[in-house]
Design a protein around this ligand. Structure first.
Ligand SMILES: Nc1nc2c(ncn2[C@@H]2O[C@H](COP(=O)(O)OP(=O)(O)O)[C@@H](O)[C@H]2O)c(=O)[nH]1
Ligand SMILES: [Mg+2]
Length: 248
């Protein structure tokens, strides 16, 4: 059991089929993390996602509603903003997909790695021991290509998985970046925002990144991916170019 306060932010857009299953998993780890709080950011879902979350009556799961769809980047901005209201500097902010493919029971591993002195710990598809199920070949190629290219041209010490959204952050680290960058902490509009967050944090003096091997249950995904594939490739190549050489 850990008494650390952890706020999990779950950006969600039309996840009515998967999100309730994910929240069930959160309920099963809650006894080990009594100070765990979950914030779902509903981004104008039209499929009943809001009603499904509201049907779960607990004081540790809340929902922030956008009303209209504003995109993943705005989901993350809203999530971090709410998480910072709920945390102080010794606390932690976790983020993951809401599509029941990321496993909340990896939280103890993330915490252990954090306690080695890291500021951000990434659940990584590219560490020995990672397990991946049901990922389409073109997506495997894409994420591996991103990992290889970014490590070559825009490396960050300790980072192999630049695009996976399942991460644990020190609240103080997110707060420092938000205070420094303001609205520009996340300036990307789309899925590349997840990668941009790492580059911005990497500019904090002494920022340290760690990774644990991820279990990715893409086979549990019922609905289609929300990632605009070709747009994301363009955005990621541009982001890599903008960050070439100036990271460590
Ligand atoms: N807030 C918000 N979240 C989104 C939007 N599009 C996707 N997401 C969420 O972002 C996460 C990643 O999307 P997902 O379809 O799982 O991408 P994949 O895992 O890369 O195939 C999921 O939790 C989605 O619900 C959006 O427009 N707004
Ligand atoms: Mg996903």
């Amino acid at each position: 059991m850990t008494s650390a306060k952890i706020v999990a932010i779950l950006p969600a857009y039309n996840e009515v089929q998967e999100l309730p299953l994910l929240l069930e998993q959160y309920k099963s780890i809650k006894p080990d993390f009594p100070n765990l709080h979950v914030v779902v950011i509903d981004d104008g879902s039209t499929d009943g996602t809001v009603a499904a979350v509201e049907a779960i009556q607990t004081d540790w799961i809340e929902i922030v509603k956008h009303g209209v769809n504003k995109g993943l980047a705005q989901g993350m901005r809203s999530g971090f903003t709410r998480a910072l209201e709920l945390t102080s500097d010794d606390d932690f902010i976790m983020a993951m997909d809401a599509d029941n493919t990321h496993m909340p029971d990896q939280l103890p591993q993330l915490m252990a790695k954090m306690n080695e002195g890291n500021d951000v710990v990434i659940a990584s598809r590219f560490r020995k021991g990672a397990k991946m199920y049901g990922i389409p070949p073109h997506r495997q190629l894409f994420s591996r290509g991103v990992s290889i290219l970014f490590q070559l041209f825009a490396p960050m010490r300790g980072v192999r998985d630049f695009s996976c959204g399942y991460r644990l952050y020190r609240a103080s680290t997110v707060r420092a970046s938000m205070e420094h960058w303001g609205d520009k902490f996340i300036s990307e509009d789309g899925f590349a925002s997840m990668t941009e967050i790492l580059y911005k944090i990497n500019l904090n003096p002494g920022a340290k990144f760690g990774e644990i091997p991820m279990t990715l249950r893409y086979d549990q995904k019922i609905g289609a991916t929300k990632m605009p594939f070709w747009q994301n490739i363009k955005d990621m190549l541009r982001l890599m170019w903008e960050n070439r050489g100036n990271s460590s």
